[in-house]
Design a protein around this ligand. Structure first.
Ligand code: AMP
Length: 549
């Protein structure tokens, strides 16, 4: 049998910014270079670079005393906070690989992470956005023997000694292991097709390589103040350039604890934020807010990065006009690696129409491989400039496999190692990309990704559901709304309330819940017996029209 393609990281060693350096070394260097400068601001906490370094050392020693060691995995699901940075950096330094779990993930997603990543520790807040995480953690611990420690940020009142408080996980001294920069830094999560979030292993070297390219694109300096205005476990605010990027240049990372348009605008005003990253839906909500409230001062904002889902021309134009002193930077990004952005020097017309250009690799050595991006038709033949096709990519910061799936992920890669993004785009002769949606089935609702098959599977587990089909219906605010079509066991309607109740019991993340449920006698099928997406879209349109009348 032919061996599957595997990246040879030594082939990137002739690239500028490709450093054989671990995050521990970066964090130390930042502390040496920027010592007393403010690194992190979050709620009531303000930490200098030296403090971030020493506090994360102490947390690493504490974690080590507890029993965590190099090679272990830990799931971290903390909200945007200073504790997140300290704990994340502690895990990095200890060589314990963090799985970056989104605050919205619930039992369904966590159970599959337990299976694939086998984390030894689960690090959570007591409560965030009204949700209590401890009951979930206890349930996971009793079902998954890998999970030894539940570590919480916040006060526990019920005297449960199987739960450890994060503030107690600290020690003054200890030892840190030698780490390999080509080893996994962290696991990012990608929406899976059957309820299994796929794990994306990124190495120290590749993650910081891309982060530095993004810093260049944003011309970040130590004067910059970056606002983390998306959940911090997302790739976008972490490394594109994100808080790691702004720390690499000696600037300040501000963490927005409760993400809402007024909070985001408040923090931009208060901390004179210069760069932030939002999804299109949030941009539009911020503009609505700015239109009714003139208390905000956003004049410090140099760059507003917008990405995560399609930012259509009219939404982009509205943003360009509303943020008139700010450069809008469109960003097409994937946790799997590929990043494309517009340039600071691009015209308004270009920013409106395109997601931008690839990040250029710079060569300082010979025998070096660079990033390759192809746009192909359904037979994997390259299409001409200006024609649409699927984007494939390969290179220093792009993964060549999903973690822990064996060969079950082969359909996501070509035999010669290109990652199939599943995204549809075209490239202009001068290298600008325009993305128009998905080729692979996936719903993008306000930047969150939902695989129809996963939700269908959950719906079919409800006793009153005989069959279900889920589609994304285009929506000007959300990008897509989730419509669920249900055939019931008894021919009576299955209500939204029942569906919500069922999905809540199953522990499905709230962002995957349908916006509409429509009960049908039977699902429309194509000639080959597949669920007919086009027909379902038509039914959705008819239903919406009937409801509007
Ligand atoms: P994630 O790995 O969760 O960051 O999601 C990556 C996916 O988000 C991509 O494969 C695209 O489907 C989608 N995406 C990200 N940025 C954009 C964008 N600017 N325009 C359209 N789709 C986007």
């Amino acid at each position: 049998m032919k061996e599957r393609y595997k990246k040879d990281l030594s082939k990137y060693e002739g690239l500028r910014y490709w450093n054989k350096k671990t995050l521990t070394e970066y964090i130390r260097e930042w502390a040496d270079k920027y010592g007393d400068r403010t690194a992190v601001i979050a709620d009531d906490d303000e930490l200098t670079y030296s403090e971030v370094d020493s506090l994360s050392d102490e947390r690493a020693f504490g974690l080590s005393k507890l029993g965590l060691k190099k090679g272990d995995t830990a799931a971290i699901q903390l909200p945007n906070s200073a504790e997140y940075v300290i704990t994340l950096f502690a895990l990095y330094k200890l060589g314990v690989k963090p799985v970056l779990v989104l605050p919205a993930h619930r039992e369904a997603e966590l159970a599959s992470i337990m299976e694939t990543a086998a984390p030894k520790a689960y690090i959570i807040p007591v409560k965030y956005m009204g949700y209590e995480y401890l009951p979930l953690a206890r349930k996971l611990k009793s079902a998954h023997s890998c999970l030894e420690y539940i570590i919480v940020d916040g006060d526990i009142t019920d005297g449960d000694d199987s739960v450890i408080q994060i503030k107690d996980v600290t020690a003054e001294s200890g030892e840190l292991p030698e780490l390999d920069p080509y080893d996994t830094l962290h696991y990012l999560l990608s929406g899976g097709s059957t309820g299994v979030p796929k794990l994306i292993a990124r190495t120290h070297s590749d993650y910081m390589y891309l982060c530095k390219l993004c810093c260049d694109r944003c011309e970040l300096t130590s004067d910059d103040v970056y606002l983390v205005a998306l959940p911090c476990e997302h790739n976008f605010p972490t490394g594109d350039p994100g808080f790691l990027g702004v720390m690499d240049v000696g600037g300040t990372a501000v963490f927005c604890g409760h993400i809402s348009p007024d909070e985001v605008l408040d923090m931009i005003t208060e901390y004179e934020v210069t760069v932030t990253a939002l999804v299109p839906t949030m941009v539009s909500m911020c503009i609505d807010m700015l239109e009714i409230d003139d208390d905000f001062d956003i004049s410090s904002l140099r760059i507003l990065q917008v990405g995560g889902s399609v930012f259509d021309d009219s939404a982009a134009e509205r943003a360009i006009n509303a943020f008139s002193d700010t450069v809008i930077m469109q960003v097409f990004g994937t946790s799997e690696g590929l990043i494309i952005t517009t340039l600071l020097s691009d015209s308004r017309e270009t920013i409106k129409k395109y997601q931008g250009k690839a990040l250029p690799d710079q060569f300082i050595g010979e025998e070096c491989e660079a990033t390759e991006i192809r746009i192909v038709d359904s037979e994997d033949n390259d299409v001409a400039d200006g024609e649409y096709g699927e984007v494939l990519c390969k290179g220093p910061y792009i993964i060549d496999e999903y973690y822990g799936l064996g060969d079950a992920d082969l359909s996501s890669f070509t035999a010669d190692g290109f990652y199939r993004t599943g995204d549809k785009a075209m490239r202009t002769p001068d290298g600008y990309y325009k993305f128009v949606g998905r080729i692979k089935e996936q719903i993008n609702r306000a930047g969150e990704k939902i695989m129809p098959a996963e939700l269908e599977e959950h719906l079919c587990m409800y006793e009153r559901v005989q069959d279900a089909a889920v589609i994304g219906v285009p929506d000007p605010e959300m990008g897509n709304k989730i419509y669920a079509f249900i055939v019931s066991e008894d021919n009576n309607e299955v209500t939204m309330e029942e569906v919500f109740d069922h999905l809540t019991k199953k522990g499905v993340a709230r962002y995957k819940f349908p916006d509409r449920c429509i009960t049908l006698d039977a699902l429309p099928l194509t000639a080959v017996g597949k669920k007919d997406g086009k027909k379902l879209l038509e039914i959705a349109g008819n239903e919406d029209r009937t409801n509007a009348d």
